[in-house]
Design a protein around this ligand. Structure first.
Ligand code: NAD
Length: 521
């Protein structure tokens, strides 16, 4: 919540509305000063060898592992997720990233030699080097307040960049903790810094002198950030929302699949960009049985404050989010949807709780099937054919992930190749954000660019091409002077390589050779 008169933001525990702290909305000049500091730090950090940077990162890993319980509790307190989720989706991925980068970054960013296949370029040798870009701005959301910024920061600094992070105004405490962890690990001043504030501070950061801006958040925020960064021609990576679909094939084991889908829909109270937000069950003798199993399992899930270790689903982040979820469910019901379980706000705990909800009698024209709900709500359709299912999954403005569930892996993979998304899981969902080796990102309004993996590293470096010619002194056929015989020679050469066999090539070769010795003009 922003308190406008004092320009501060409050962090609020969503499980009981307790105010956890108040922090400054940093001004334009403060953000500029921090970015200037990051450029200063870049001077030395960029030339440090990989081994030394890896040692800093491995030291950080030790510190995070030692404090993992406190970090998990802090995350749980500030954004409401159960501790199991804080460990699995926030800490594991971050720690794995430290190890993966320390073990692999140098190898993945080694110079690459490139051979040129044209004989007229035979004296040349190309080398591609991967160099740090400079200062990376990271603007992050509250739903994974630790792992999302952390994994991006680690990737950025491992390749020699420095970072300024603007955490979400709804998870400032976790953001500040991230900055403190880097300090404790002894990183040189300015390598990783945190600026606090809301979207106004985010605006200042996206307008600052950056080498790249990595934004994770809503489509609306991403669109604005892209415009703000455009003035400085700052490239952006956008990791935006999703309306991710799951497809259940007739071969899917009923019980096991129902558990997997329920987790994908309700983990983090449904507030994951890659949550399962639409379910399509291919019609079979099992489809009704599957739906019953899913509903019964959902009824068993325990909703409440995450201080209770038996809780499966915590609160949603705030009143705005709660109202949005309720509004989408009500809209679906008004348009003919039926509630199989859930559907309402839970008042008893005093925080922002919503029942895990399953809806049927929905169709792709309803808002609940098109807009990101970001809550524990799963609308379900039973569909007749595979072709129809592919069309329904692709009938979305979003394209982040999808999942297909079934034992017939060949069918599942065939369908996977037809889906317009960045990741398809077969028999799982969501997990891969925490695997640093795997590319993460979407298409359509889910954004562009990739984070994590070798491909993510490529977005964080200047891919510098250096071409060396060993034959200094000899002229090039594309240099001046031009003239009729030069044109004939080039036309002949082109046919000799690319013309039809044998006559085109032979006549081309003759024209090339006969004009080679002539003066161009
Ligand atoms: P949000 O867009 O409201 O805010 C995200 C961050 O951007 C915050 O730090 C916010 O202060 C900042 N911000 C917002 N508007 C800005 C602007 N105009 N200029 C600069 N900064 C601005 O999103 P949120 O509510 O924090 O996060 C939820 C959204 O994030 C969902 O849509 C979710 O799907 C998406 N998300 C995507 C991924 C992914 O990997 N694709 C991961 C997590 C969350």
């Amino acid at each position: 919540m922003v308190t406008s008169k004092t320009l501060t933001i409050e962090s609020v525990n969503p499980a009981n509305k307790e105010v956890l702290g108040e922090f400054p909305v940093m001004s334009e000049s403060q953000v500029k000063e921090v970015v200037d500091g990051a450029w200063k730090a870049f001077e030395d950090w960029q030339i440090m060898d990989f081994g030394k940077r890896a040692r800093y990162i491995l030291k950080l890993r030790k510190i995070i592992a030692a404090q993992s319980e406190d970090i998990a509790k802090l995350i749980s307190q500030e954004v409401g997720k159960p501790l199991s989720e804080a460990y699995a989706s926030e800490l594991t991925g971050t720690l794995d990233t430290c190890v993966w980068l320390a073990d692999n970054a140098e190898r993945l960013l080694k110079d690459q030699m490139i051979s040129l296949n044209s004989p007229i370029l035979s004296t040349k040798q190309s080398v591609v080097a991967f160099e740090p870009l400079g200062v990376i701005g990271v603007i992050s959301p509250w739903n994974y307040p630790f792992s999302i910024p952390m994994m991006t920061i680690l990737m950025s600094i491992m390749v020699g960049n420095t970072v300024v992070l603007k955490p979400s105004e709804k998870s400032t405490l976790v953001g500040i903790k991230i900055g403190d962890l880097f300090k404790e690990a002894g990183f040189p001043e300015g390598v990783v810094q945190v600026v606090t504030g809301d979207r106004v501070t985010g605006k200042y950061l996206s307008e600052a002198k950056l080498s790249r801006l990595i934004f994770t958040g809503s489509v609306e925020g991403g669109r604005k950030v892209m415009q703000q960064a455009a003035n400085g021609i700052v490239p952006v990576t956008l990791e935006l929302g999703g309306k991710d679909a799951a497809v259940v094939l007739p071969s899917a084991p009923v019980k096991w699949t129902a558990r997997g889908i329920a987790w994908g829909a309700f983990t983090n109270a449904g507030q994951a960009c890659a949550s399962i937000e639409r379910l399509y069950i291919l019609k079979s003798k099992n489809s009704e049985k599957f739906l019953d199993e899913l509903v019964n399992f959902t009824k068993e899930l325990k909703v409440g404050p995450a201080v209770d270790p038996n809780v499966d689903i915590g609160p949603v982040i705030d009143q705005v989010q709660l109202d949005k979820i309720k509004n989408l469910v009500d809209d679906a019901v008004e348009n003919g949807a039926s509630i199989l379980t859930g559907g309402g706000v839970i008042e008893e705990h005093g925080g922002f709780f919503f029942e895990p909800t399953i809806l049927t009698n929905v169709n792709n024209s309803m808002r609940i099937m098109r807009e990101e709900t970001f809550g524990p709500v799963l609308p379900v359709m039973i569909v007749e054919t595979e072709d129809e299912v592919v069309d329904l999954v692709n009938d979305s403005e979003f394209g982040l992930t999808a999942s297909i569930w079934g034992k017939n892996l060949k069918r599942a993979e065939d369908i996977a190749r037809d889906l317009e998304v960045g990741t398809v899981y077969i028999n799982d969902c969501l997990f891969s954000h925490a695997s640093p080796q795997l590319p993460w990102g979407g298409i359509k309004q889910s954004g562009f660019g990739r984070s994590h993996s070798h491909f993510g590293l490529m977005d964080l470096v200047n891919i510098k091409h250096i071409n060396i010619d060993a034959a200094g002194g000899s002229s090039r056929i594309w240099w001046y002077p031009y003239g009729p015989s030069r044109i004939k020679m080039m036309a002949g050469g082109l046919q000799a390589f690319h013309g039809s066999f044998p006559f085109g090539k032979l006549s081309g070769l003759c024209r090339f050779v006969s004009n080679m010795a002539k003066k161009p003009k």
